[in-house]
Write a protein that binds this ligand. Structure first.
Ligand code: GLU
Length: 483
């Protein structure tokens, strides 16, 4: 491999949004390419036409770019040497190779109908065969039989003739030696009756023509690999190196299912919630790969330097949303003041009542939560009580406001802030000291009535900051209710 330029690909089918599993495949391919100064190609595998979803291609590419996983080549950045990058745009190429295989006797037309195939499957199951395969009915048709089927109007599929009882072994970067036997596979369809190639066929033609050297993909494709290797053998093409990354499981040890709506699994969901791309990037990096030391946080550059294709985990990786949230909180804290404001504005702008405030007040408010929030949209919930009084404290806690002493504190505090030169934290602290001395109250008895009256909650950001943000009029207005 020393003289060959590394070329890897992420090859999604445009069937939906970018999923965490797809994002990991893309990331590992990308990092491997960048580590070895190679190319990262994005190819669209859209031959399963009924499953294609409008807009899925664009959204997947946008999500990848958002994550910083930018393809060197794609349908939007084609290298003329390798274009097109969508499989449906090169059907003639697959047809040519299918015809070549037929001419060489390595593939054949199969005229079996759906019903006949189903019947054969049932019979095999009834005979105790656990993994039924194609029964070989059309393997050796005579010219007359073919003519008869054609006359009947049957439209054939094309099947690959798998050799009998041959070992297909390969070295996998994750699983080491993997061995299959062709007898366990059976002749499989390379071109459907509508003339569209199947995934396993198109993928080999493309990987070869696009000079792909390494294939990092999910474990679910492991059983496809011997089929693909047989094609490399028939065409006499060099096969790429394979790395089948282990399953991503949930906390109950089950494979993540896209249908499980209880777990957010799509990148766009996290973006909408206010996750930072660098946090997700860092999280996914550790989903099936580990560094040589205990490094936890990685910049893109550090990840590229460290990721050499070794240290891929052979056991399933657990998707732990809490860890992702923790990483996100870390990256939010790391943002520069300016980047934080850019990031948080879209979320804080959604808080009811925010339109009453000036830009610098909004910035002040946003900064109160920088060290607290775990994801951007959380600020809506946290900032809400400052903008609109809403009693969400426990009703027992609110009873405190009925007490004589609380009312005295509130009244005294209201008087003093009206006379104060400003509402800066130091001034407010002095005011609290004065009340403490005069009314002989301290601790929660002193602060809690003010906090409850101002926000309706028993906890939250520092009281002095709440008062500074609310300003004199709004603070007095809220306190008046209880004095
Ligand atoms: N289109 C396939 C998928 O989305 C790609 C598999 C591969 O990388 O070979 O799963």
């Amino acid at each position: 491999m020393t003289n060959t330029k590394i070329r890897v690909r992420y090859a999604p089918s445009p069937t939906g949004f970018l999923h965490i599993g797809g994002a990991r495949s893309a990331l590992f391919n990308y990092l491997y390419a960048k580590h070895y100064h190679g190319d990262f190609v994005l190819r669209i595998e859209d031959t399963d036409i009924e499953r294609n979803v409008a807009g899925a291609e664009e959204s997947q590419i946008n999500d990848l770019i958002w994550l910083g996983i930018v393809p060197d080549e794609s349908p939007y950045r084609p290298n003329p040497k390798y274009a097109p990058y969508r499989q449906t745009e090169k059907l003639a190429v697959y047809e040519k190779y299918a015809n070549q295989l037929i001419a060489e006797g390595k593939a054949y037309k199969c005229y079996c109908s759906e019903e006949e195939l189903a019947l054969s499957r049932e019979q095999q199951i009834a005979a105790g065969i656990a993994a039924p395969q194609y029964d070989g009915h059309c393997r050796h048709l005579t010219a007359e039989q073919i003519a008869a089927y054609e006359k009947e109007g049957r439209v054939p599929t094309i099947r690959l003739r798998m050799p009998d009882n041959q070992t297909i072994a390969f070295h996998d970067l994750v699983r080491n030696d993997v061995i299959f036997n062709t007898n366990d596979i059976g002749d499989w369809i390379i071109v459907k009756s509508n003339g569209i190639p199947t995934y396993n066929f198109a993928v080999v033609i493309d990987d070869h023509l696009m000079d792909i050297t390494h294939v990092f993909r999910g474990e679910e494709h492991l059983s496809n690999t011997p089929r693909q290797i047989q094609l490399y053998r028939y065409f006499d093409w060099p096969q790429p190196e394979f790395a089948h990354m282990t399953l991503i499981i949930n906390e109950n040890g089950k494979k993540l299912s896209k249908r499980d709506l209880n777990i957010l699994q799509f990148m766009s969901q996290y973006r909408d919630l206010g996750y930072l791309p660098q946090a997700i990037f860092n999280f996914i990096l550790l989903l099936g790969w580990s560094p040589a030391d205990n490094q936890e946080f990685f910049t893109t550059e550090e990840a590229i330097t460290a990721f050499d294709g070794q240290r891929l985990s052979a056991s399933p990786s657990t998707f732990d949303p809490q860890k992702m949230m923790w990483l996100n909180a870390h990256y939010i804290k790391q943002l520069s003041a300016e980047d934080y404001l850019d990031f948080i504005m879209p979320f804080i702008k959604q808080v009811e009542g925010i339109e009453r405030y000036e830009k610098d007040q909004i910035a002040f408010l946003a900064n109160l939560f920088k060290n607290e929030i775990k994801f951007g949209s959380e600020i809506k919930e946290l900032a809400q009580p400052l903008l609109n009084f809403q009693a969400t404290a426990d009703s027992d806690e609110l009873l405190m406001l009925e007490q004589e002493k609380s009312r005295e504190v509130i009244a005294f505090f209201s008087d003093l802030i009206q006379k104060a030169p400003n509402l800066e934290p130091l001034t407010i602290k002095e005011i609290f000291k004065t009340i403490q001395k005069n009314l002989e109250v301290k601790g929660p008895a002193l602060y809690m009535p003010i906090r409850l009256a101002l926000t309706g909650r028993s906890h939250g950001v520092e009281l002095v900051n709440i008062i500074k943000f609310l300003g004199l009029d709004e603070t007095l207005k809220r306190l008046t209710v209880y004095r």
